[in-house]
Design a binder for this molecule. Structure first.
Ligand code: HEM
Length: 383
């Protein structure tokens, strides 16, 4: 679909085209300068997320072992500790707002994953990470060209937050160098790179590793609470098993936290669909649009975790579903994220019954991530 955004840009709707851009000819496309330029790197550090080309490949290789599936399982104690804390807050008889609570859970969990389940940084940095997230939302969604020059409270608070986060991460890296532990920061410290590169990675993970996840958990809990058949299937499982995993995958299909992203053509190219793309043109890829395409998912608006059984997945193109992206820039935290979501959704469903309060309209807001616009209020009762 041709988009009229001042310059020529397209929204890709064919999985073959999406696969071409993310996988087969990934080297022919780059992230836009908004993210990888000086400003993007000042905002988000010089880590994997904002680097390109050979620099990106080198960093990705250096840090891959820290994020491998096996390493992800070492996050389990951190996630469990956060789940205990959540269930403690969600006492039977109380009312909770799922979006804010899930975001809080995700923020504290990524700090525990990074620094360790009982690390002092969890309480110390929770508010700092929240302040940084508010600032990034403000920055990205602001219409002002240089919003950081306007000394609004959100900007001033961010300065302090950035300083405190930076100091805490640097100190923690020094400690891990002296005596390594099992946390993600210790795993990052095993990479053959300078402290500065580890700091960049840890800093960006405090953002990328929680905002998407908080939104995903809120949507998942909402969908479970409103679909008793899926809830029953989850309850029939001992530990989070296949049914829980399918619920998580289906939730990421219907409400993908990363709902759109963009690549820029580095040279002229022709896509499998025949579209001629000129150098410098932008191609948008939207999980929201592709995941709801009836040619790829029958009755796309219906929540149906059974779509992800191996039998029913047969014949579906790989790139019809890409909540974590694909190719060399596939989300490096995918295993951590899926583990965290399955453990949290499973434990909350087994531990509490959630009833979505009547009289609210639950609508997604497409911001930095896709989140419930007005929150989701739910009543908590004992299971
Ligand atoms: C449900 C949760 C999550 C979702 C939906 C998600 C989604 C994504 C997507 C779509 C990308 C690719 C963007 C692109 O190609 O332009 C990405 C990249 C990335 N994600 Fe995630 N993510 C999640 C959780 C996490 C977690 C938990 C971490 C860290 C522990 C993380 C760290 C990263 C990093 C560092 C990148 C950059 C990778 C690269 O450019 O090579 N993400 N994520």
């Amino acid at each position: 679909v041709r988009l009229r955004l001042g310059t020529t840009a397209y929204l890709l709707t064919s999985p073959d085209d999406i696969e071409h851009v993310l996988l087969h000819n990934h080297a022919g496309y780059a992230k836009t300068r908004r993210l990888t330029g000086a400003r993007g790197r000042r905002l988000l550090g010089r880590g994997i997320l904002t680097s390109t080309g050979g620099e990106h490949a080198g960093k990705r290789r250096a840090f891959a072992p820290a994020f491998a599936r096996r390493s992800a399982s070492s996050s389990e104690p951190a996630v469990s500790r956060s789940i205990d804390e959540l269930l403690e807050r969600w006492r039977p008889g109380t009312e909770v707002e799922l979006a804010a609570e899930s975001m809080r859970f995700a923020r504290r969990t990524i700090l525990r994953v990074l620094f360790g389940p009982d690390a002092p940084e969890v309480d110390l940095l929770d508010e700092e990470v929240a302040a940084r997230q508010r600032y990034l939302d403000y920055h990205v969604l602001s219409l002002a060209p240089l919003p950081e020059l306007v000394p609004r409270p959100v900007v001033l608070r961010h300065r302090t937050a950035a300083r405190r986060l930076d100091a805490a991460i640097r100190a923690a890296i020094r400690e891990r160098r002296a005596s390594p532990g099992d946390d993600l920061l210790s795993l990052l410290c095993r990479a053959p790179v300078e402290d500065e590169a580890i700091r960049d990675e840890a800093l960006v993970i405090t953002v990328t590793g929680h905002e998407t996840l908080g939104a995903a958990l809120a949507w998942t809990l909402y969908l479970v609470a409103t679909h008793p058949a899926a809830e029953q299937e989850m309850l029939a499982e001992e530990m989070p098993g296949d049914a829980t995993e399918r619920v998580v995958l289906e939730s990421l299909r219907l409400y993908p936290p990363t709902w759109i992203f963009v690549r820029m053509a580095l040279a002229d190219d022709t896509l499998p669909s025949g579209l001629a793309v000129g150098r410098g043109q932008k191609l948008y890829l939207s999980q929201w649009v592709t995941h709801r395409d009836p040619r790829l998912f029958a009755d796309p608006e219906i929540f149906d975790p059974g779509r992800f059984t191996p039998e029913r997945s047969l014949g579906r193109p790989e790139s019809a579903y890409f909540p974590f992206g694909a190719g060399p820039r596939l989300c490096i935290g995918k295993h951590v994220a899926l583990l965290e979501l399955a453990l949290a959704a499973g434990a909350v469903t087994r531990g509490r019954r959630l009833k979505i309060l009547p009289g609210q309209r639950v609508v997604p807001r497409p911001g930095l991530v896709l989140e419930p616009r007005d929150g989701i209020r739910a009543a908590v009762s004992a299971r």
